[in-house]
Design a protein around this ligand. Sequence first.
Ligand code: SF4
Length: 187
Amino acid sequence: MQNGEFETEGQMIAPVIEEARRLGAVRITGVKIAYYFVCKTKLWLFSHNIQMERESEDVAMGKMLHEERYRTERKDTVIGGLISLDFVKYGDRLEVHDIKKSRKMELSHRWQVLYYLYYLYNHGIDAVGIINYPLLNKKEVVEAKEDDFLKIGEVLKDIENIVLGDMPKPMRIKICPKCSYYEFCWG
Ligand code: SF4
């Protein structure tokens, strides 16, 4: 038997690990949809499991808001292991609720909820989205139109291309100083 004739265990398993990473990166969650509309670099970093301290602080803050204000609602409904709804309400039509701290990222919040509606629609469920801003005492109703679903289809393909490619070069935008990846991009 000559050197190099057989693959080592590490060499054999490497493609499997690579494929698992690839599948993890392209698993499209609501957060990834929101990041797509905020910053492609952020989307890429998050998709590759690079998370910074402030990200988890934000998550903790969101959780606290959720628990304090919406104690009586059904919480954290996870569907298909992919979309995580803050809470839902059943009635003539299913209401999908999302909770946000501020309206600064309103556009990305809207697309995140539209993605939930798209996902449910593709599973035969007609729903309406409600974005709750408890600190502002405001709610926004999100109704999906056909064009929105077409756009989501394009966004999903684009996200896959982005996360499977090289990290997009950071572009300085207004929210950078508040972003958890600030030091990573600009430190
Ligand atoms: S710091 Fe700016 S460029 Fe870097 S990930 Fe955040 S938003 Fe994007």
